[in-house]
Design a protein around this ligand. Sequence first.
Ligand code: ATP
Ligand code: MG
Length: 330
Amino acid sequence: MLLSLAVERRVLFLGGKGGVGKTTVASALALAASRQGRRALVVSTDPAHNLGHLWGRRIGDRPTRLAENLQGLEIDPDATTDRHLADVGRTLKRLMPGSLAGEVDKHMDLSRCSPGTHEAAVLERITELVEEGMREHDLVVFDTAPSGHTARLMALPEVMTAWTDGLLRRREKSQKLGAAMRGLETGRERDRGQTLLGSTAPRDPLEERDEEIRSILLRRRDRLASLREVLTDPALSSFAIVLAAERLPVLETIELHEELTRTGVDVGALVVNKRSPAGRGEFLERRRAMEEEHLASLRTALPRVPLQQIPLGEQDVVGAAALEQFARLL
Ligand SMILES: Nc1ncnc2c1ncn2[C@@H]1O[C@H](COP(=O)(O)OP(=O)(O)OP(=O)(O)O)[C@@H](O)[C@H]1O
Ligand SMILES: [Mg+2]
């Protein structure tokens, strides 16, 4: 069932509480899809990367070959932030008077540590990778960080599109006001017989600057809107919540499902990992019975989302061969 998601969709997100098996399932899923001939990319968005640990090799912020048809990448939010701020700084310096260059640098330094910068950088990299994925891969699997912020991350394209729209509207208003003021100035000067701006007059540098800022904002808005379109198209993207059959993960899964659905993201699967095996003694039987109870409440709360169970293995999953075996369970 999980594999059918990876075969039919272009972008998959895996999320859930810490330690439930997101990185393992994401890697195994991407591997299984690559075995079916899909060019897959598995991406870790978690700053505490362990994609590299799982595969037993160094993986950086560039696609690294993991197997035939399969590449891996670990998003480096610091590098993305640096790149982003350098970009913004360059643009600002071009648009501001030269005497303010020092101020721009100071502002950029402060921005590096301000709330939201890191999140925006991860979102920017996700946007790039989804765009790249649509061009160069058949499937991109995102292994997300273990916290409530995944739902926020999925909501961010919508929030930021609305924010950019607001900014554009405000700019338009102040531009109109500015143009009217400049019109008044020109009128007054003309009255004094000093200036006569013909139709061939050079464009006002302020107008040019406004135009450039507007086009930067519009570009950003369009990219975020396209990302949102991909993420909220259930034919293209889906979210799989990984969990353990325990009380808190079940409650958190129900909440995460609600938040994602509200954002317009399709939740295509619930992956109940590390199920206690049957017939292995009284201790595990009791755990199984408890897990069944939690699963029953999960099914009652989310009866329509397909659910897949994966048994607890005897050992940790490390390396390509172990992942290959794990992938057969999907
Ligand atoms: N079905 C399983 N049987 C046995 N061990 C498993 C199983 N699934 C995952 N593991 C092990 O559980 C540990 C945590 O898995 P993993 O790193 O995939 O979780 P995670 O959700 O990505 O964690 P984090 O929230 O820290 O990113 C690993 O040591 C992994 O090998
Ligand atoms: Mg992980």
